[in-house]
Design a protein around this ligand. Structure first.
Ligand code: PLP
Length: 406
């Protein structure tokens, strides 16, 4: 298996060899196998799943539930029942905040979270704080961007009721010691919400081994369609979780005055579900498993090492996070002296290079790092060394366009 062969599966990359897509942390590209699975759903099995008694509907249901079982296997959940389909990680964290958070937190309780969090794993907890009187406690990382044992011991304590942690930072690419945090949280009687949006595309995840209480990821960041995400909830927590959205599909029996709830996990999937998206996600997981995480990791590390090597020779570039390319999950965030990140991204766009510039939905981290915004190149296994070299050459061009010597 070579990258060149794999790229043939990605029509958008094949059709646009002039484009360098370095924004996979925002959303990945999708192989043909995924778009085929979505189209095949609509062309051969389209009906409202979970409702009809006729063949198309039962087939739609079968594909939807097969996707759920695949997600469970993919992240090591004991049973498909523990997987709730959502739109994305943002919705998953909100589900946990509005259900578990509002039902269980009270004044004096603490929610511990890291300054490296994405806004999606901050704002729902600010809402819980405002409505329950709980307090937010912030964990700060070391120079590499990683949370230390000392910080974990100090900030996760007896008053902690919930820990919200992004396993991999979408800005620094570092992986936090989530297993260690979960162990500490459980010893203190707290539950842990893991945001796996940037972890699941890059490394094997096993929620049972991690002993996570909640684990979320988005399909669109790991080759799947937009609009489908998954939330894992530990069985003992799931059984006591009040419903989130209410309406069709999530009920067992409704009278004029009241309702009883459908069995798990359908209780948390109100309204018509995204079965086509789930079928696409199923295909995305199959594709990822075929490529394999050892290959993904090796390719990302090779590219990141090359990119960081090139950047190191540019004295006007500052790279954030670890100096070790193996600790970046393909994410390289940087600033260029004297040039605003938006200008970097705009000038690179002239060369058909796609990177992200701004605060990356992580403003508390920007404040912690003492910068307003940064540029971010995020690579995935389908990127090439040639693209890295073209990107690095184009960066020196940015300096010149902005009026500096090379
Ligand atoms: C770490 C992290 N958490 C959460 C999200 C939100 O994901 P989504 O927009 O799919 O809900 C992102 C998206 O960039 C992310 O990087």
């Amino acid at each position: 298996m070579t990258v060149e062969e794999l790229r043939k599966d990605f029509p958008i990359l094949e059709n646009h060899p002039e484009v360098i897509y370095f924004d996979s942390a925002a959303t990945s590209q999708r192989p043909r196998q995924v778009t085929d699975a979505v189209r095949d759903f609509y062309e051969t099995a389209n009906a409202n799943p979970l409702r009809g008694l006729y063949e198309w509907s039962t087939e739609a249901t079968a594909r939807y539930e097969a996707a759920r079982a695949h997600v469970a296997r993919f992240i090591g959940a004991a049973s498909p029942e523990q997987i709730v389909f959502t739109r994305n990680t943002t919705e998953s964290v909100n589900l946990v905040a509005y259900t578990y958070g509002l039902a269980n937190l009270k004044p004096g309780d603490e929610i511990a979270l890291s300054v490296t969090e994405h806004h999606s794993n901050i704002l729902p907890w600010q809402m819980v704080r405002d409505r329950t009187g709980a307090r937010l406690v912030w964990l700060e990382p070391d120079g590499e961007g990683i949370l230390t044992d000392a910080e974990i011991e100090e900030k996760i304590g007896e008053r902690t009721k919930l820990v919200a942690i992004g396993q991999v930072s979408n800005v620094l690419g570092v992986t936090h010691p989530v297993a260690r945090m979960i162990e500490r949280a459980h010893a203190m009687g707290a539950r842990v919400m893991v945001d796996g949006a940037q972890a699941a595309p890059h490394m094997p995840v096993n929620v049972s081994e991690l002993n996570a209480d909640f684990y979320a990821f988005s399909g669109h960041k790991l080759l799947g369609p937009m609009g489908i995400g998954a939330l894992y909830v530990k069985q003992e927590v799931l059984e006591n979780l009040p419903p989130f959205l209410t309406g069709g599909e999530m009920i067992e029996y409704v009278t004029r005055e009241s309702a009883t709830w459908a069995e798990l996990p359908h209780r948390f999937e109100a309204g018509t579900v995204n079965a086509a998206g789930a079928a696409g996600l199923d295909a995305a997981l199959t594709y990822l498993e075929r490529v394999g995480f050892p290959f993904i990791r090796e390719q990302e590390e090779k590219l990141t090492k090359r990119l960081m090597g090139r950047l190191a020779s540019m004295p006007y570039i500052r790279v954030f996070g670890s100096g070790d390319p193996a600790k970046h999950a393909g994410i390289v965030t940087f600033t260029m002296e004297g040039v605003h990140p938006h200008d970097i991204a705009s000038v690179l766009n002239e060369d058909h290079i796609c990177i992200r510039a701004g605060h990356h939905c992580a403003q508390p981290l920007m404040q912690f790092l003492g910068v307003g915004s940064t540029a971010r190149a995020s690579l995935y296994f389908y990127n090439t060394e040639e693209e890295v070299d073209r990107f690095a050459d184009a960066l020196t061009g940015v300096r010149e366009v902005m009026g500096y010597g090379a």
